[in-house]
Design a protein around this ligand. Structure first.
Ligand SMILES: NC(=O)C1=CN([C@@H]2O[C@H](COP(=O)(O)OP(=O)(O)OC[C@H]3O[C@@H](n4cnc5c(N)ncnc54)[C@H](O)[C@@H]3O)[C@@H](O)[C@H]2O)[C@@H](O)CC1
Ligand SMILES: Nc1ncnc2c1ncn2[C@@H]1O[C@H](COP(=O)(O)OP(=O)(O)O)[C@@H](O)[C@H]1O
Ligand SMILES: [K+]
Length: 505
C-alpha cells in the first residue's frame, strides 16, 4: 500500500479483516500492536513507573499486551481499567486474561508516582462523546505531569474527523498501526497526537485508498522541469487579474508566485487606473490593460498560443464586475485558479459559478470564503468531508486552506497537507499560493496535482523562511525549495550523462 495512504476507521477495519481472511490471526495483530507500543515506550523513555489505562474495546486489548511486555522488561507497570471487566470480550478479553499483574479501577490515586501514561482507552471505536467517569479519568490524565503515549489515537478524538468528542487526551506521542487516519493530520486532532509513529503490525495487501498525506512522491514524477530544447512559450503562460489602484499588491504576489515556480510568461491584466502602479513595480512580469469582462475575454485568446491559466480573485473586489470577469475566463479556453473575491462574488448565486466550472479548474478558498460560497458552517473536524463534498458539487478541484489544507477532487480523491508552518498565517500568503498552483498548471500539471504540489511548495517555502515571514518572502524562497526537490533527479541525470559518456569512450 502507498505509505502516504490515509485510512478511515471503516477502511482500517476492512484492511484488518482482509489480513484476517488472508490467514493472519486477529490476536496476532493485537499482540504485534501492543508490542510496537511497548517498543516505542522503551525507545523514547527511560525505564520508569508506567500506568497503562485500558478501555472497553480492542484499544484496551492493545494496552494489556503493552503492559505485559513492559512488565516482562521489568518496568514497574500499573494497569488501570476505565470499564467493567465484563465488557471486555474477544481478543481484548484474551489479552486481559494473559496479563498476570494487578488491575485496578480508575480512582484519584491511579496515577500517583507514574512517569509515563499509556492511553489505551479508546481508538477507532469511539462512537459517542466522552462524559461522566470516563471524562473524569481523561481530565486527570491531562492534568498529570507525566507524558502520555496514546495507542492508535488520543482517546476522545474522532478517527475520521480529528474532532474532539466531548473531551480528549493531549498526547506527547501516538503510535498508530498500518497507516495514518485523518485524525492524525486534521486539527485539532493533529495537535493532540504529538509525534505520530506509524508502525507495521503485519497487515499486507493492496488497498484502494482515497485519501493521502501530501508529499512530493505523490506528484514529483509529473513536476515540470525545464528542458534543453524548450523555450518560454512551452513553459506556459499565467495571467493575473488585478484589483484597482489601491489594491494591486495581492495580484502581484500571485504573479510572482507563478513566475518563480517556472511559468514561462506571466502577464498582469490591470484596470487602466491601476496600470501606472504596476508599471512602477513590475519587471519580468508583463503588463496589459483590461477594464471589462469583454477585454479580459479578449486576452484569453492567448490560450491559442500557449497553455494559459488565469488567476482571478486576489483583491479584485467583491462585485458584479468580478463575477463577469470570472465568467469570461471560465467561458474561454484558458484554465482558471479562482481565489478570494472571485469566490465571494458568487456567494449568493453559487450555481452560476458551478455551472461553468470545468473539472481541472481550481478554487482556493479559506474557510470563510468556503462557507460563503458553499453555504456550510465549518465545524471542528468537518473539513475533509466538507472539501470533498464541495469538490463534487462544484465539479472541480477545491483547495480548502488552513493549517491542514485539503486538496479535493470531484471523484472523491483527497490529499491532506501537513508541512505548513503557522508563520504562513500572514496577509498575502494565500495570494502567492494561487500563483504557485497556476504556475504549475500552466506548465502542464493537472489541476489536482498542481494544487497538491503548490500547497506543498507553499509549506516548504514557509519552513525555509520561518519566523518573521511575510508574503513577499515566499516567491523568493521558491528557488531553494526547487533546488532541494529537483536535486535527486539532477543527480540521476548527472549519473546518466556520465554513464553515456563512459559508453561513448
Ligand atoms: N483495525 C485494526 O487493524 C486493529 C485495531 N486494533 C485496535 O483496536 C482498536 C479499535 O477497537 P474497537 O473497535 O474495539 O474500539 P475501541 O477500543 O476504540 O472502543 C470501543 C468500545 O468503546 C465503547 N465506547 C465508544 N465510545 C464511548 C464513549 N464515549 N464512552 C464510553 N464508551 C465508549 C464502545 O461501546 C466499545 O465498547 C484500534 O483503535 C486499535 O487500537 C489493534 O488491536 C490491532 C489491529
Ligand atoms: N495556522 C496556520 N498554519 C499553517 N498555514 C496556515 C495557517 N493559517 C493559514 N495558513 C495558510 O496561509 C495561507 C493564507 O491564505 P489566505 O487566508 O487566503 O490569506 P491571504 O488572503 O491574506 O493571502 C493559506 O495557504 C493557509 O493554508
Ligand atoms: K487511545
Amino acid at each position: 500500500m502507498n505509505p502516504l495512504a490515509v485510512l478511515s476507521a471503516k477502511e482500517m477495519r476492512a484492511a484488518e479483516q482482509a489480513a484476517i481472511n488472508g490467514g493472519v490471526a486477529s490476536a496476532a495483530l493485537m499482540e504485534t500492536a501492543g508490542k510496537q507500543v511497548a517498543e516505542v515506550a522503551k525507545q523514547e523513555w527511560s525505564k520508569r513507573p508506567v500506568a497503562v489505562i485500558c478501555g472497553p474495546g480492542n484499544n484496551g486489548g492493545d494496552g494489556f499486551v503493552a503492559a505485559r511486555l513492559l512488565a516482562e522488561a521489568e518496568w514497574p507497570v500499573k494497569v488501570v481499567r476505565v470499564c467493567d471487566r465484563e465488557t471486555l470480550k474477544g481478543d481484548a478479553k484474551l489479552m486481559a486474561d494473559l496479563y498476570e499483574g494487578e488491575v485496578s479501577e480508575f480512582d484519584a490515586n491511579a496515577l500517583a508516582g507514574v512517569g509515563l501514561i499509556i492511553d489505551a482507552i479508546f481508538g477507532t471505536g469511539l462512537t459517542r462523546p466522552i462524559e461522566g467517569d470516563v471524562k473524569t479519568a481523561l481530565e486527570a490524565i491531562n492534568a498529570h505531569p507525566a507524558p502520555v503515549l496514546s495507542v492508535d489515537i488520543p482517546s476522545g478524538v474522532s478517527t475520521d474527523e480529528g474532532a474532539v468528542l466531548g473531551f480528549a487526551i493531549q498526547a506527547a506521542r501516538t503510535v498508530t498501526f498500518h497507516a495514518k487516519q485523518p485524525a492524525h493530520l486534521l486539527f485539532p486532532g493533529r495537535a493532540l497526537c504529538g509525534v505520530v509513529d506509524v508502525v507495521d503490525i503485519g497487515i499486507t495487501g493492496e488497498f484502494d485508498a482515497k485519501i493521502f498525506e501530501n508529499h512530493p512522491s505523490l506528484w514529483g514524477a509529473r513536476f515540470p522541469r525545464p528542458s534543453w530544447m524548450g523555450h518560454k512559450y512551452e513553459r506556459g503562460h499565467v495571467m493575473c487579474v488585478s484589483g484597482g489602484p489601491m489594491s494591486t499588491g495581492a495580484a502581484r504576489l500571485a504573479a510572482e508566485g507563478a513566475l518563480r515556480i517556472g511559468a514561462g510568461l506571466v502577464t498582469m491584466l490591470s484596470p487602466s487606473a491601476a496600470a501606472p502602479v504596476h508599471a512602477s513595480h513590475l519587471t519580468s512580469i508583463m503588463l496589459r490593460e483590461a477594464n471589462t469582462a469583454d477585454e479580459i475575454a479578449g486576452h484569453m485568446q492567448d490560450a491559442e498560443k500557449s497553455n494559459l491559466v488565469t488567476i482571478i480573485g486576489p483583491a479584485t473586489g467583491v462585485s458584479e464586475q468580478t463575477r463577469d470577469k470570472t465568467l469570461a475566463i471560465l467561458n474561454s479556453s484558458a484554465g482558471a485558479v479562482l481565489d478570494a473575491d472571485a469566490l465571494t462574488s458568487f456567494a449568493g448565486q453559487p450555481d452560476a459559478l458551478f455551472d461553468v466550472l470545468r473539472p481541472d479548474d481550481v478554487l482556493t478558498p479559506h474557510t470563510g470564503e468556503f462557507s460563503r460560497l458553499f453555504s456550510v458552517e465549518m465545524k471542528d473536524g468537518g473539513k475533509l468531508d466538507a472539501a470533498r463534498a464541495a469538490s463534487k458539487k462544484a465539479g472541480c478541484i477545491v483547495v480548502l486552506k488552513g493549517p491542514d489544507t485539503i486538496i479535493a477532487a470531484p471523484d472523491g480523491l483527497a490529499i491532506i497537507n501537513s508541512n505548513a508552518p503557522p508563520d504562513l498565517a500572514t496577509a498575502g500568503s494565500g495570494d502567492v499560493l494561487a500563483g504557485l498552483i497556476a504556475g504549475l498548471k500552466a506548465q502542464g500539471m493537472g489541476g489536482f496535482e498542481a494544487a497538491a504540489a503548490g500547497v506543498w511548495f507553499h509549506g516548504a517555502c514557509g519552513q525555509t523562511i520561518g519566523p518573521g515571514l511575510i508574503a513577499e518572502d515566499l516567491p523568493k524562497a521558491v528557488p531553494s525549495v526547487l533546488r532541494q526537490l529537483l536535486k535527486p533527479l539532477q543527480e540521476q541525470d548527472d549519473g546518466l550523462t556520465s554513464q553515456q559518456g563512459a559508453q561513448q569512450q
